[in-house]
Design a protein around this ligand. Structure first.
Ligand code: F6R
Length: 323
């Protein structure tokens, strides 16, 4: 009996193609006027793009914030650019955040495949339907970046995009890594770490294990974990947990040292796997860092006879809320 009934593997393998298509979706869409800050309002899979944007644009001279809530902060005004991102277009928190952005007179662009958000939004980037939101990250991230490029807020760097696409196309490397890691995880709970600069990447690992593998997983970042979570290893055991450290050649030297020492300490209690991001540009490093998790979470699901695609509990909860 095949377990991957909706062919999640193909969706994951097609990710570079999705990113390529997504790069075209913001064509001609711009914003004008003064912009002091940028907000991405969304939930779950639709919020990840906002987190990545914040990391990717860390050098930008204005704050980029992801809001996972019904309300936007009080500093939002006509000089705020708000992206309301909801794959389905029916997520109540995002719809409420959209209304709040309207009330606060922000400049608003919706990114959605349709739904209520598609109906009410005056300025929309329409993305293709038919995927799980978390599997549509390319569609959810690149159009937002595209608007910022079109509007002169961010400089386009074609070499960066082409390096990222080349790296993501090395499917077999990511697939094999994911398959091997899933075997190592087995019935253990993965604890995933990276530097603060890759915080959105480790959080994505966690949520991919949660939603694709229906497994518990936790993430934290360096160096904060050195100040709290590291202590909990005292009562951990090798048969229950597996630590995964996502490393980046450009990690700060002090962070590298912390990771080495931490590995030495926690190896006494649990096995530790390390994986390096690929590429020289930050965009490639972020996207390669998270693409490993697509495959690892997929294989962990299949290995446990779980269909990676459906997330019935999320849908049922949304139905109950709508009653
Ligand atoms: C499902 C998924 C969820 C949704 C979330 C919000 O694949 O990843 O986390 O993204 O429930 O729904 P949308 O994205 O439709 O606004």
């Amino acid at each position: 009996m095949p377990i991957d009934n909706s062919n999640m593997l193909k969706v994951i393998e097609d990710f570079p193609h999705q990113c390529r298509t997504a790069l075209e979706l913001a064509k001609g869409m711009t914003v004008s006027g003064k912009i002091n800050n940028i907000i991405v309002a969304g939930m779950g899979g639709s919020a990840v793009g906002g987190d990545l944007l914040r990391l990717y644009l860390h050098d930008l001279k204005m704050p980029v914030t992801t809001i996972r809530d019904y309300k936007l902060p009080n500093y939002v005004n006509e000089n705020t650019l708000v992206f309301a991102v909801s794959y389905s277009g029916n997520t109540e928190e995002t719809l409420a955040a959209y209304e709040d952005a309207l009330r606060k007179k922000a400049k608003i662009i919706a990114v959605t495949s349709g739904g209520k958000l598609g109906d009410i939004s005056k300025k929309t980037i329409k993305i293709p339907k038919g995927l799980q939101p978390r599997a549509a990250l390319g569609y959810l991230f690149f159009p937002v970046l595209g608007v910022l490029v079109n509007s002169g807020i961010v400089k386009e760097n074609p070499s960066e995009i082409s390096e990222m696409l080349d790296i993501l196309s090395q499917k077999e490397d990511f697939r094999q890594f994911g398959e091997k890691l899933a075997k190592k995880i087995g019935q253990k709970t993965p604890l995933i770490y990276a530097s603060e600069q890759f915080g959105a990447v480790v959080y994505r690992w966690k949520t991919q294990f949660n939603e694709n593998s229906k497994a518990s997983a936790f993430s934290h970042v360096f160096s904060e974990m050195n100040h709290n979570e590291i202590v909990s290893y005292q009562s951990m055991s090798r048969d229950k947990f597996l630590a995964i450290i996502i490393r980046d050649n450009f990690d700060d030297e002090r962070i590298k040292k912390r990771m080495d020492i931490t590995k030495e300490i926690i190896s006494q209690k649990v096995n530790v796997e390390e994986v390096y991001t690929k590429g020289t540009y930050l965009l490639s490093r972020l996207f390669s860092g998270l693409h490993y998790a697509d495959f690892a979470s997929y294989y962990l699901a299949v290995q446990n006879n779980i269909d990676p695609t459906p997330v019935h509990v999320i849908e049922n909860l949304k139905k109950k809320l709508a009653e």
